[in-house]
Design a binder for this molecule. Structure first.
Ligand code: GTP
Length: 236
């Protein structure tokens, strides 16, 4: 059985692919192809994408820039990524709509929940840009918020690792992967999946999360088909 409506969170940094900065055309084309496979199953797909490949608010603060200024610049970066993904999807015949939390009418529709849901019902991929529209919130929080608003069944967080581990698998060879884990266990073990604002939003609104490796071809489809060997499910 597949999910009916998903919110896919993509990392901006992952869009760099082999590059040091910006957008790798091959990587974004690959993502578009994977998303199309899921759309073809009849799954309603909404997407939130980060902006870290272009600009990170936190780094700006370290350089002496005011935090809010940096955060707004980061939000604009997510719009650039959203536009790139929109083009990549439309190139291969997937219908899309881009909605932004900060109004920029010449480029995208403003975020309107009811419109977003209508687009999804019509089989269009809806990309939400500009995060929540507010500083001090991450794109993970934006993803959770939008997922709750559009009543997605689940949030799929695409990362570089194939799930949640007992320790950082890139640093600790003994780290083991969880196939499923509860929200409570994640809190108790102090595991780092998303920032706490995002994670708590999901917990309080009973929105399950799957963390999976988006950079392995076919994984998104497997996750949507609820194949349990891919990624980690955070459930209640
Ligand atoms: P339905 O009529 O409900 O099926 O949706 P629709 O999106 O096709 O209708 P609409 O007439 O709202 O939009 C037509 C096109 O205009 C779509 O490509 C939208 O993304 C785009 N569009 C709608 N509103 C805006 C806006 O405020 N700004 C921009 N830039 N584009 C918009």
């Amino acid at each position: 059985m597949t999910y009916k409506r998903i919110l896919l969170k993509l990392s901006g940094e992952a869009l760099m692919g082999e590059k040091q900065f910006g957008i790798d055309n091959n990587r974004i084309a690959e993502y578009a192809k994977e998303i199309k496979e899921v759309v073809n199953l009849g799954v309603q797909v909404a997407i939130v994408i980060g902006g870290g490949n272009i600009f990170r608010g936190i780094q700006a603060e370290e350089g002496g820039m005011e935090r809010t200024q940096g955060d707004y610049m980061g939000m604009l970066a997510t719009v650039i990524n959203g536009m790139a993904l929109q083009s990549a999807l439309e190139t291969i015949g997937v219908y899309t709509r881009l909605q932004t939390a900060i109004e920029m009418k010449e480029i995208a529709e403003p975020f309107i929940k009811r419109k977003a849901v209508r687009h999804l019902e019509k089989g269009r991929v809806v990309i939400f840009g500009a995060g929540t529209g507010n500083p001090y919130f991450t794109t993970d929080t934006a993803a959770c918020l939008r997922a709750i608003e559009i009543e997605a069944d689940i949030i799929l967080k695409g990362t570089r690792v194939d799930g949640i581990y007992s320790a950082d698998p890139e640093k600790d060879a003994n780290a083991t992967k969880f196939h499923t884990i509860s929200f409570e266990e994640v809190y108790n073990k102090g595991l780092n999946i998303m920032d706490m604002t995002a994670f708590t939003l999901c917990n309080e609104n009973k929105l399950p999360i799957i963390v999976f490796d988006m950079n392995t071809s076919g994984n998104l489809l497997k996750v949507v088909n609820q194949e349990t060997n891919v990624g980690t499910l955070v459930e209640f």
